[in-house]
Design a binder for this molecule. Sequence first.
Ligand SMILES: C[S@@+](CC[C@H](N)C(=O)[O-])C[C@H]1O[C@@H](n2cnc3c(N)ncnc32)[C@H](O)[C@@H]1O
Length: 245
Amino acid sequence: MAIANIVCPGGTVVGIDRDPNAIEIAKKSLSRFGDCITCLHGNFAELDRLLGRQYAEGFDGILMDLGFSSMQIDDANRGFSFLRESALDMRMDRSSGASAEILVNEFSEEELGRIFREYGEERWWKRIARAITEKRKQHKIMTTTELAAIVEKVVPYGKSRRAIHPATRIFQALRIAVNNELSNLEIALPVAFERLKKGGRLIVISYHSLEDRIAKKFFVKNAKAAYVLQIFHFVYAAGSRCLKS
Ligand SMILES: C[S@@+](CC[C@H](N)C(=O)[O-])C[C@H]1O[C@@H](n2cnc3c(N)ncnc32)[C@H](O)[C@@H]1O
């Protein structure tokens, strides 16, 4: 909305989200800007396919606001939050890909452990993966609260007031794996960079250190100038931007 207020009328704004619900809402709330805005359903990693031969002149700026939205986490049917009882889904786009339920119930103990270690940077990855595979011998793990309870049982809960819930990193790790967030970002960055005009700016807002690292590495390698801004708030958020030479 803020970008549209500056660019429209006269310019062009293209908005992309892989969540069809987000696209529907955006189309409604931005309808007053008319043809100036186009909302497309798809993955940033598919930018070339989504844009095709249109906008061949390139963009002055591309902003990737990564992660998931409050609308997604607040929706009790999506499975992003362990605070709400829901089916284990976690897909940003529910029309494709395997849900968290498939990963939790079908992936091997080793593969689950790797996901928790690499994407959740979880210290207790081994015992959590073991507890999940033990539990699912009895019955399928179907809900967010059930998964959170399994994790809670085997992880020592920090005594500090700032300690996060033991399931936080596990839910983050599963969400990253379900949505292929890191590989999508690795594919999307060079494609987006190619779509910039000379002097155009690529900006990435990231919400965890893994995607932040990928963006910074790419910028350092490719950009004429790269800037990093970090904001520590309720959740970690970091913005990086770079200028195309
Ligand atoms: C932090 S929210 C951004 C919300 C939006 N900027 C706004 O102000 O309403 C992140 C959004 O990015 C979408 N998203 C995350 N990764 C994506 C990707 N690889 N391709 C397309 N959309 C993605 C999510 O579905 C979610 O709606």
